[in-house]
Design a protein around this ligand. Structure first.
Ligand code: GAR
Length: 215
């Protein structure tokens, strides 16, 4: 399966996906990485792995529709069959999302449906939750909504601040996204009635990945 990855920043999740695709027998490969920001660190990550990159700078487009049309054109030209948002910080139009329905994944650093949107770690701390985590889900037009493929639970520890919590969750993200991608490329994560049904060797498995906090 040819995968297109959308990024806006440093690309640590992109790196985890690249490493997953390099595993023997992995049924997907990254055909193109697109950044909406010219200086995104993830571009260098892709280039170091020999993966074609493209910058489509949203600032050069007057509307979201024209930006998304360019994004779509580039993905189609590269033969992309599955889109992975990896720290892609643009809201996509309904038209784009509908076109890639059930063929676009996103990772979000909270246990959705809790803490959608931005500043999630500070909001989790402010709410006093004891467990948070990350979620990989199929993209839907509503922000941070869509059928959940897999989640990882991460504890909030005494003394945490937004940075320490973000770092602990990021480690879990790097395990979760490759796992979720593997399930999807192998056809073992199917959307049925807006829920994801997972299959493992013919048997249903839980979508939860519990990642211990200890190093
Ligand atoms: C990750 O924590 C990802 O979950 C988050 O941005 C970070 C990107 O880091 N995404 C979102 O908040 C999307 N709503 P990375 O560039 O190192 O992968």
């Amino acid at each position: 399966m040819r995968i297109g990855v959308l990024i806006s920043g440093r690309g640590s999740n992109l790196k985890a996906l690249i490493e997953a695709c390099e595993e023997p027998g992995f049924r997907g490969r990254i055909a193109l990485v697109i950044s909406n920001r010219p200086g995104a660190g993830g571009l260098a990550v892709a280039e170091a792995a020999g993966i074609p990159t493209l910058v489509i700078d949203h600032k050069e487009f007057s509307t979201r529709e024209t930006f998304d049309a360019e994004l779509d054109r580039a993905l189609v030209n590269a033969g992309v069959e599955l889109v992975c948002n990896a720290g892609f910080m643009r809201i996509l139009t309904d038209g784009f999302v509908d076109k890639w329905r059930d063929r676009q994944l996103n990772i979000h650093p909270s246990l959705l449906p809790a803490f959608k949107g931005l500043h999630v770690h500070q909001r989790a701390l402010d709410a006093g939750v004891k467990i948070t985590g990350c979620t990989v889900h199929f993209v839907r037009p509503e922000m941070d909504e869509g059928p959940i493929v897999a989640q990882a639970a991460v504890p909030v520890l005494p003394g945490d601040n937004a940075e320490t919590l973000a770092a602990r969750i990021l480690e879990a993200e790097h395990k979760l996204y490759p796992l979720a991608l593997k399930l999807v490329v192998e056809g073992r994560a199917r959307v049925v009635g807006e829920h994801v049904v997972l299959d493992h060797d013919g048997e249903a498995v839980t979508g939860s990945l519990f990642v211990p906090a200890e190093k």
